[in-house]
Design a protein around this ligand. Structure first.
Ligand SMILES: *[C@@H]1O[C@H](CO)[C@@H](O)[C@H](O)[C@H]1NC(C)=O
Ligand SMILES: *[C@@H]1O[C@H](CO)[C@@H](O)[C@H](O)[C@H]1NC(C)=O
Ligand SMILES: *[C@@H]1O[C@H](CO)[C@@H](O)[C@H](O)[C@H]1NC(C)=O
Ligand SMILES: *[C@@H]1O[C@H](CO)[C@@H](O)[C@H](O)[C@H]1NC(C)=O
Ligand SMILES: *[C@@H]1O[C@H](CO)[C@@H](O)[C@H](O)[C@H]1NC(C)=O
Ligand SMILES: *[C@@H]1O[C@H](CO)[C@@H](O)[C@H](O)[C@H]1NC(C)=O
Ligand SMILES: *[C@@H]1O[C@H](CO)[C@@H](O)[C@H](O)[C@H]1NC(C)=O
Ligand SMILES: *[C@@H]1O[C@H](CO)[C@@H](O)[C@H](O)[C@H]1NC(C)=O
Ligand SMILES: *[C@@H]1O[C@H](CO)[C@@H](O)[C@H](O)[C@H]1NC(C)=O
Ligand SMILES: *[C@@H]1O[C@H](CO)[C@@H](O)[C@H](O)[C@H]1NC(C)=O
Length: 594
């Protein structure tokens, strides 16, 4: 949620709008019936970027976490993702309300009140947190999650008492679960919104920011406090003043306590006016927008830090039903984070609110315009789940685009291990296909259901690989009845319970083999993504399965299928252990000294 959402319409760069409009008006293209790709070895070192296990991360308005903790939905969803990636989720607690938040250690608002949504669906005024805020989700919430907390930079009263007292509470209650602080949400808008004078720029922001950072460090002298700097609203193309990463680094935001920089990105503005589903299914629109972040990434890396998209989603202002809550959003997420990773964007924080159509999970039922909506799961969560399967590996993975393997309607990636062995292939078919099946979701308002007349187009993809002939491969699909579907989405039968987010149906690997000449061949439909890897990789890593379930083999239309089960003997079991935490930490420490 963005507090300054109203102005995003005017502030969208004309070039970005032209880009979106022109692509939406373009003639309907299609993926050809045959696509032939080649993955040459050795991989070009220059094109390989390492994949952060938290590539898909989450941003939740700090006020909202207690409501998300009222049901098991988000917790179990996080557990499924974390089982695959062998590390907890990274959660940024921040958004427009960070800059309205104050803290009082004597605040008596009960934990129960926080959990009931004391500040409303969208707090208009000040948010005062106290110890009971933390008590409202602590101990009973996603134990492996690590947090980023965004502090109030707008409120200057008593030398930033709001920020500093909140930080003391956060340090007290989150302890080692806190990874980073941010100071100020979308501070590039402060001048135009009257929170600072219009001249205010990065060099004027620096002493305020440093003062708060120093004071926060004093609260906890034995712990090195680290920060994510930036958090600006404007996309890379229309930076105001020097509020971008090169700008703030030049102004002096550079030190070992800043291992991360971030900017926010909403490719479409939902605050008013027309938004469409079309750009979610256009690889070129996405890659054009993300490529404008290359100088931001380079600036962060030039000082040994990492760059993240710190808040993002399909459409700003809580999303738009019929767009953000469709399967197209899941396919978009997959292409978004993998393309971002090829550029060096290390993490992408998807913003969620308790009722937003862009959220992966709707935690509790709600009423809107005298209609009742249930708690439940939206398609975006299956895009995130598919990526957790891409990232599932007991070692560091690297990613590259497959050269010649992208177009408006499709996109493809090769995934490598540290010894530069090809490990996985991802192919995303973004061609639109509308279906009347799965057109509604009880968690979201109904929207017009479109339906395509023609049969659903299918494409045969042939990839020349260095893989040994005869090897068994696992193929899994991110699938739904159509790009417009709001329900009936799954990853090769893997589904989560709409009631509590636990695994409802186990994943079924389709087994294919590498051909004599090293080719790998598969078919996929319009609006579908596939992940291919050695079946032995699947067995080597832990995956979420239904409690007490048994693995099973079957043959369907001549295809060998293997259903995952809780009884599968995983030869190289890795749980959410300290090993990755330690290496991830070491990595960020090392980066500081590059
Ligand atoms: C927020 O707090 C300030 C200062 O206490 C007060 O003036 C203002 O009315 C409050 N706003 C709301 C909406 O409660
Ligand atoms: C600013 O912070 C002070 C605490 O230092 C608080 O009393 C006041 O209500 C806050 N103002 C607003 C507008 O939130
Ligand atoms: C910091 O560590 C020192 C030495 O271990 C200890 O004496 C001191 O109490 C600690 N301070 C805090 C605030 O924990
Ligand atoms: C919505 O839920 C409320 C409370 O449970 C109930 O009173 C109301 O009748 C429901 N409305 C509809 C349209 O079902
Ligand atoms: C990953 O698994 C392989 C095969 O079991 C093993 O050789 C390798 O050491 C493991 N790597 C890590 C980082 O655990
Ligand atoms: C992706 O497609 C564009 C347009 O056809 C092309 O210019 C670019 O080189 C392609 N990228 C890769 C990695 O093949
Ligand atoms: C599906 O419906 C959307 C929304 O009306 C439209 O933009 C798109 O072109 C349709 N796709 C097909 C293949 O007809
Ligand atoms: C998964 O999706 C496919 C394609 O939409 C569908 O045929 C299948 O029944 C679904 N499976 C589950 C378990 O939902
Ligand atoms: C399924 O087939 C594989 C390969 O032949 C075999 O290793 C495994 O034990 C079988 N699993 C079950 C449950 O039959
Ligand atoms: C699991 O596999 C390992 C090695 O592959 C083997 O030593 C062990 O006995 C197996 N455990 C079970 C319960 O089958």
């Amino acid at each position: 949620m963005r507090v300054f959402s109203q102005c995003r319409v005017q502030m969208l760069p004309s070039s970005l709008l032209v880009l979106l409009l022109s692509s939406s008006l373009s003639v309907v293209t299609a993926v050809p019936p045959n696509v032939d790709l080649e993955i040459p070895v050795p991989a070009k070192d220059a094109s390989l970027r390492s994949l952060d296990r938290n590539l898909v991360s989450w941003s939740i308005q700090n006020r909202d976490l207690p409501i998300f903790a009222r049901s098991k939905l988000l917790e179990n969803f996080f557990k499924a993702l974390s089982t695959n990636i062998a590390i907890g989720q990274s959660v940024r607690l921040g958004g427009g309300e960070s800059d309205k938040t104050t803290y009082g250690s004597d605040i008596t608002i009960t934990a129960q009140k926080f959990r009931s949504g004391y500040y409303g669906a969208q707090a208009q005024g000040n948010v005062t947190l106290g110890p009971n805020y933390f008590a409202s989700f602590k101990e009973n919430y996603a134990p492996d999650a690590r947090y980023i907390w965004c502090l109030n930079l707008i409120n200057t009263t008593n030398n930033f008492e709001a920020a500093i007292s909140t930080a003391a509470g956060v340090l007290d209650y989150l302890g080692d679960e806190l990874d980073l602080f941010e100071i100020g949400n979308e501070a590039d808008f402060y001048g135009s919104k009257g929170f600072r004078d219009s001249e205010w720029d990065a060099s004027m922001m620096l002493p305020e920011w440093n003062y708060i950072a120093d004071e926060v460090q004093k609260i906890s002298p034995n712990k090195t406090i680290r920060f994510m700097a930036g958090g600006f609203a404007n996309p890379a193309q229309i930076v105001t003043k020097d509020f971008d990463i090169p700008g703030i680094i030049a102004a002096g935001f550079q030190s070992s306590r800043i291992p991360w920089y971030s900017m926010h990105l909403y490719p479409q503005s939902g605050c008013s006016g027309a938004v469409t589903i079309a750009p979610l299914l256009e690889h070129n629109t996405l890659s054009d927008i993300l490529s404008t972040y290359i100088p931001q990434i380079a600036a962060a890396e030039s000082v040994g830090a990492q760059f993240a998209i710190g808040e993002t989603n399909t459409v700003s202002c809580v999303g738009r039903p019929g767009i953000s809550d469709t399967f197209a959003a899941a396919l978009w997420l997959v292409d978004y984070v993998l393309f971002a990773a090829t550029l060096g964007i290390r993490r992408v924080y998807f913003h969620s609110t308790t009722r937003g159509s862009y959220s992966p999970i709707i935690p509790v039922k709600y009423a809107l315009d005298s209609v009742n909506y249930t708690a439940g799961i939206l398609p975006l969560s299956y895009g995130a789940y598919f990526i957790s399967e891409v990232l599932s590996f007991n070692d560091t993975l690297l990613v590259s685009q497959i050269e010649g393997g992208n177009d408006t309607d499709y996109s493809s990636y090769s995934i490598w291990d540290e010894t530069k062995k090809l490990r996985k292939i991802v192919f995303i078919n973004l061609q639109s296909y509308n279906s009347s099946v799965g057109g509604t979701n009880p968690s979201m308002p109904d929207t017009e259901i479109y339906s395509s007349d023609e049969a659903r187009p299918s494409t045969r993809v042939t990839v020349a690989t260095p893989w040994e002939p005869g090897q068994e491969l696992s193929l899994i699909r991110l699938q739904a009845p159509g790009s417009n579907s709001k329900s009936q989405v799954n990853v090769s039968s893997f589904t989560l319970s709409e009631k509590d987010g636990s695994v409802k149906s186990n994943l079924v690997d389709t087994i294919i083999t590498v051909q004599e000449n090293g080719d790998v061949e598969f078919d996929l439909l319009a609006s579908e993504a596939v992940l291919i890897q050695h079946y032995s990789n699947v067995l080597a890593n832990k995956h979420p399965t239904k409690t007490g379930s048994k693995a099973a083999n079957s043959t369907v239309n001549g295809m060998i299928m293997r259903t995952r089960g809780a009884d599968m003997n995983i030869s190289h079991r890795l749980s959410l252990n300290n090993k990755f935490m330690a290496s991830a930490f070491l990595m960020s420490v090392l980066l500081l000294f590059v």
